[in-house]
Design a protein around this ligand. Structure first.
Ligand SMILES: [Zn+2]
Length: 86
């Protein structure tokens, strides 16, 4: 799952760069018919944000009980839910 988030982030970042490039080239060309590209840019930006948030959530999950380690004291060595070492 963690790897899937990383790949999703990479792919959406590439799509984002490509669509931004296409919009830029079109605008420089005097072509203002870029509504599809603008939508694609927005969608890929949302996917990128979502995958980064997902990665962070999965990254802070306990490998033993699967609960999110939501301790505010930074990275603790033990899970606050099941008490096992992380
Ligand atoms: Zn745990």
């Amino acid at each position: 799952m963690k790897k899937a988030c990383v790949w999703l982030a990479i792919i959406s970042a590439i799509v984002l760069l490509i669509t931004l490039g296409v919009v830029g080239v079109k605008l420089l060309d005097g072509n203002y018919d870029t509504i599809i590209e603008v939508y694609l840019t927005g969608i890929s930006f949302v996917i990128l944000l979502g995958s980064v948030v997902g990665y962070k959530l999965i990254g802070s999950r306990c490998p033993h009980c699967g609960k999110v380690n939501d301790t505010l004291l930074g990275k603790s060595k033990f899970c606050p839910h099941c008490g096992k070492e992380l």
